[in-house]
Design a protein around this ligand. Structure first.
Ligand SMILES: Cc1cc2nc3c(=O)[nH]c(=O)nc-3n(C[C@H](O)[C@H](O)[C@H](O)COP(=O)(O)O)c2cc1C
Length: 346
């Protein structure tokens, strides 16, 4: 169990914020499969403070996913505080501050990872948000801006001093972006220097890697990003392992059910056209390493209507011929791709 401020989570496993990915459907799926806490993608504090309708869409939530952490980014303490207050009014159970994003358009404004070059600003932002934020406040950061400035322990001390309730460390430097490997020793160092919970993040690709991180670093919780792409079952697998059980990877029927559910939730959220586009990207992950997946994915890009997409996915994943009428022998994904409305399918 992990407690952040007054909030007791049901376990120590956290779904990381991922821009363009951790929307409401994705969060509901990982929550069902065991994540103790889910996080929105990073949301512009300025967009919120200016009441931009488009920005507010990121705050759409559902009771199923609660508690929900909302991540904000920005560089102006007053704007960050205003946004922090507003996201709590909109239902955030926790507020997380992004201090690690390496994207050029973010760092050039002084936000995200650029904050690691301005510890004074870190102090001002965390203090300002803390002053108005009645829910737990967390900070997600990196090892520092560059290897010449390994500042994670200093940042951790600052954010703790300013009243943050937990810190997440992704131990790569901002200029590394995602290259090289995460240096878990930095998580151990931060853990030994701070009194607030430390959440470790970086390169957890499997249940056993999650256990390794907890054992090696003594971190209080783990946060998973890319390891959950196409494998939301990673949370269940970690929980199984913690109970001494053999992790249960998804059976093919279950894999299909979750993929379909993900697709349905996306359609509800964004309509068929955008959901289909998003699903094409997600299928890259969901089918990684599966037999004939390369051809399936190539074929899938040529389909545009929802019914055909559903039928083709079912044919690829399915063990059943009942609902689609597609015979199991139809194993060529190019054939799946041409199966659709107006065709007999048999
Ligand atoms: C596509 C993508 C989008 C991301 N978006 C965010 C974001 O919005 N906020 C954030 O703090 N980190 C973001 N990250 C970083 C991840 O949360 C995480 O720190 C990083 O991927 C390392 O964890 P992993 O090795 O488990 O992937 C993103 C990473 C990826 C790959």
């Amino acid at each position: 169990m992990l407690q952040i401020g007054a909030l007791k989570l049901k376990n120590r496993l956290i779904m990381a914020p991922m821009s363009g990915i951790t929307n409401l459907p994705f969060r509901r799926i990982v929550k069902r499969l065991g994540a103790g806490l889910v996080t929105t993608e990073m949301i512009s504090a300025m967009g919120i403070a200016r009441h931009q309708e488009k920005t507010f869409r990121y705050l759409k939530s559902d009771p199923e996913e609660r508690p929900l952490s909302v991540q904000i980014f920005g560089e102006d303490p007053r704007v960050m505080a205003e946004a922090g207050r507003m996201v709590v009014d909109a239902g955030a159970d926790l507020v997380d501050i992004n201090m690690g994003c390496p994207a050029r358009k973010v760092v050039k404004t002084g936000s995200g990872g650029a904050l690691l070059r301005s510890p004074g600003r870190v102090r001002d932002i965390v203090s300002a948000v803390r002053a108005v934020c009645p829910v737990p406040l967390t900070v997600k950061t990196r090892a520092g801006w560059s290897p010449d400035e390994p500042i994670a322990c200093d940042i951790a001390r600052i954010v703790e001093d300013c009243g943050a309730d937990a810190i997440t460390i992704h131990p790569r430097f901002v200029i590394q972006r995602f290259s090289g490997s995460a240096d878990w020793d930095i998580i151990s160092q931060v853990k030994s220097k701070t009194g607030i919970p430390v959440i470790g993040n970086g390169d957890i690709w499997s249940a056993s890697r999650a256990q390794e991180m907890m054992q090696q670093t003594g971190c209080d919780g783990v946060m998973i990003a890319r390891g959950a792409l196409g494998n939301p079952w990673i949370f269940r697998e970690i929980l199984d392992m913690e109970k001494g059980l053999t992790p249960r990877p998804p059976e093919s029927g279950e894999r299909m059910e979750i993929i379909f559910e993900h697709f349905r939730l996306l359609v509800d959220l964004m309509g068929e056209e955008r959901a289909a586009k998003a699903m094409r990207g997600l299928l890259l992950w969901y089918t990684k390493g599966l037999p004939r997946s390369t051809r399936f994915r190539a074929a899938f890009t040529t389909i545009h209507d929802l019914d055909t997409m559903m039928a083709v996915m079912e044919a690829y994943f399915s063990l059943s011929t009942v609902s689609t009428g597609i015979p199991l022998s139809m194993t060529d994904p190019m054939a799946y791709a041409t199966f659709g409305k107006g065709q007999s399918g048999t």
